[in-house]
Design a protein around this ligand. Structure first.
Ligand SMILES: [Zn+2]
Length: 706
């Protein structure tokens, strides 16, 4: 997506390196499917010259646009900009994969050097006064220029993006802004690399079988395999990632080890050593506050929310506060239930944060007769993937089949071709489910190439990534219910990309407002729990038998289980994020700020923020989710409300509702205002009620009217 905001790349400082075509990272992608990324040709030392050549290439293209004698038009300015960074887009796509999934020390060196240079390049494009004048002229004349609605929207997007990122500043302001952005790029890289280092380096090796007390067999064999792959055969390793920490805290009977794993995980970036992130955070927040003022906004939060659906921090806060109070009340109930179990067992403890998952699991068994270990044997990774494909076929008319011979960056990765109901090629889907050193933790979707058609059809290429831990060789990998939900979530992002049917890449697929982009992914989660999916794809890994209906019903009945914990750990992070970015220019000590903010909110002592400030990569490894972590809740209001459109109609497979969802949400990208898209789908705005029902919280009374 060629919008210069986040993706474009450097400067006239560089003489053009090698001719473009000879650099394999920059060259057009070849082969079937409209070409595929040349992962087999990537060498880390190739990134720097390829990025430099890509930036030089775009600058030359921009020179042609600004040197144009004819008056500015959509075609000679906006469409030309959409074409201006093809090469840079290609190399950045590969670069992005190495950042997230192949992050080795030699690559980190390249990243440290190139991050500020890419930031400087983006500013150089945005601050090009001649270019901005042309964009502004096209934008001002958009109504009389016989443009399509999508073209008008694109002109608006370019104009507002340039304006809000500094195009209107005077020369001194532009200079300072660019200094700030370059420094921030370096700090973001430092922050992310520090968190990754603490995740990689602070793993826990267990020596003695006694240390595994309570762990189910699947976890034991994964821990043993992990230790062996790290050269410690005969021991067990607990990785310092969410997908290792959570099951350990859920099952380990060893309270001392639970506390140790918990402390290690929640201390990432906060150990007072060379990888400590606190000073970095202070500097990031200071620079963001200064930048917001420079751009004419009260705080970074105000600047950041201007182009979202929420529009203002105040509106986001109103939503968060409406959910916070019932969520905290629910935590108190959950803790009381857990304490009763602990007391009944004679544990003689006060439930602490490292006990929450462990005793919650016991409550689940006692109250809902539901044992996570009873569910897990039915959740085979491969069958879940087939289930996702099945949903894609039924609801989105998309069909997946494996393909061979497409280059991959690691043998773990598998590639599928996606076709529509008429059998036309739609795109490629790459799947990289496995944890590896150098791969960031968590799960995410990524687009290697956006769908577009203004210069001929270009099919999209998307990927889903997660961190499953392999068990013993040939043993099927089993997912937890949460992991299965996350798989469907990320697949929702992939379907959003694959369903895209727009003309211009900057408006394509998932390039939508940040607090809207989680709506397609969160609604996808809902199909996992449908009886049709469970009965077909939740098959026991030994017997092949489908999950019994009684078990599926128990899962359904327990769907609001532990919602106090889940909502509070999330919202505490979202509220701290927002308040950090509303605090203005005063210097912030992250540790004290976090402590005081949580105290003022009445944070229950048994819960910790899902992402504590020193490890909050959403917020501090780029601008993307800064003052934006609330977006998941905002989007979930939409997803919950949209799901009720299905249940109010014929159920999860209602064809008319699915058609509206595709036509008004999944396929339109950012070609329309998201609020309008939602209204076209639902015939009204979203209401909070469905979200509260979904989480099992009281639905607020409607406002009184006279
Ligand atoms: Zn998501």
């Amino acid at each position: 997506m060629p919008i210069p905001l986040a993706q474009a790349g450097l400067a006239a400082l560089f003489a053009v390196a090698a001719p473009v075509a000879s650099n394999p990272l920059l060259a057009p992608w070849t082969g079937p499917y409209g070409g595929a990324p040349p992962f087999d040709k990537v060498q880390v030392e190739g990134f720097k010259p390829a990025l430099e050549a890509g930036m030089a290439e775009q600058l030359a293209a921009i020179d042609e646009i600004t040197g144009e004698k004819a008056p500015p038009t959509f075609a000679n300015t906006i469409a030309a900009l959409e074409r201006s960074d093809r090469g840079l887009e290609r190399v950045q796509s590969l670069y992005g994969v190495w950042r997230t999934s192949m992050n080795t020390p030699p690559f980190q060196e390249v990243e440290r050097e190139m991050a500020p240079r890419l930031a400087a390049f983006r500013d150089q494009v945005t601050q090009n006064a001649t270019l901005f004048k042309r964009i502004a002229a096209v934008y001002a004349g958009r109504e009389s220029a016989d443009l399509s609605p999508e073209q008008k929207r694109l002109a608006w997007l370019y104009y507002t993006t340039f304006a809000r990122t500094g195009a209107k500043l005077d020369p001194a302001g532009k200079k300072r802004l660019s200094e700030i952005n370059q420094r921030l790029a370096t700090l973001y890289t430092t922050f992310a690399q520090n968190v990754l280092a603490d995740e990689t380096d602070h793993v826990l090796f267990l020596e003695d079988e006694k240390d595994l007390a309570g762990l189910p067999d699947t976890l034991r064999s994964a821990a043993a395999a992990g230790a062996e792959s790290r050269g410690k055969k005969g021991r067990w390793v607990i990785l310092n990632t969410r997908s290792s920490m959570e099951p350990f805290l859920t099952y380990s009977d060893r309270r001392d080890l639970r506390e140790r794993v918990w402390r290690t995980y929640y201390s990432r970036g906060d150990n007072g050593d060379a990888k400590d992130n606190n000073k970095t955070i202070t500097e990031i927040l200071g620079l963001r506050a200064e930048r917001a003022k420079l751009l004419g906004f009260e705080t970074h939060a105000h600047w950041s929310l201007e182009d979202t659906m929420a529009k203002t921090p105040e509106r986001a806060m109103v939503l968060m506060e409406a959910v916070w109070t019932p969520a905290v009340a629910r935590v108190r109930e959950e803790v009381a239930e857990m304490q009763a179990i602990a007391d009944g067992e004679g544990a003689a403890i006060q439930v602490a944060p490292w006990d929450y998952r462990y005793y919650a699991e016991k409550v689940r068994k006692a109250k809902y007769d539901l044992d996570e270990n009873e569910v897990k044997p039915y959740l085979q990774l491969d069958r879940l993937r087939d289930g996702m494909f099945w949903v894609a076929g039924k609801v989105f008319g998309l069909h997946f089949s494996p393909v061979q011979g497409v280059p991959v960056y690691h043998p773990d990765v598998v590639v599928y071709e996606v076709k529509d109901a008429a059998g036309r090629h739609v795109g490629l889907w790459y799947f990289d489910p496995w944890a590896r050193p150098g791969k960031r933790s968590g799960a995410w979707m990524n687009a290697y190439r956006d769908q577009e058609r203004f210069d001929g059809e270009v099919p999209t290429i998307v990927s889903n990534n997660s961190n499953f831990v392999r068990g013993a060789a040939a043993a099927p990998v089993l997912a937890s219910w949460d992991d299965a939900t996350t798989m469907f979530h990320e697949f929702g992002h992939a379907l959003h990309g694959l369903s895209s049917g727009v003309a211009y890449p900057s408006l394509s697929g998932t390039s939508v407002a940040r607090d809207y982009v989680e709506f397609p992914s969160q609604i996808l989660e809902r199909w996992l729990a449908t009886p049709d999916v469970l009965s077909r794809f939740a098959l026991h890994y030994r017997t092949g038998q489908p999950m019994p209906a009684a078990l599926a019903q128990k899962i359904e009945r327990a769907s609001t289980f532990r919602q106090g914990f889940d909502t509070v750990e999330y919202l505490a992070s979202a509220l701290v994020d927002m308040k950090l970015h509303l605090a203005g220019a005063r210097p912030i000590d992250p540790d004290a700020f976090e402590r005081e903010t949580l105290a003022a909110l009445g944070m229950p002592s048994e819960v910790v923020m899902r992402h504590r400030t020193p490890q909050f990569t959403h917020v501090f490894s780029s601008d993307d989710y800064a003052a934006g972590y609330y977006s998941y809740l905002w989007s979930d209001v939409l997803a919950a409300d949209a799901w009720e459109a299905f249940t109010e109609a014929g159920g999860p497979w209602d064809e008319a509702v699915a058609k509206r969802l595709r036509e008004s949400v999944f396929s339109v990208g950012n070609t329309i205002d998201p609020a309008d898209g939602y209204r076209a789908f639902r015939d009204r705005d979203a209401r909070i009620d469905a979200l509260m029902r979904k989480r099992g919280f009281p639905v607020p009374a409607p406002p009184k009217t006279d």
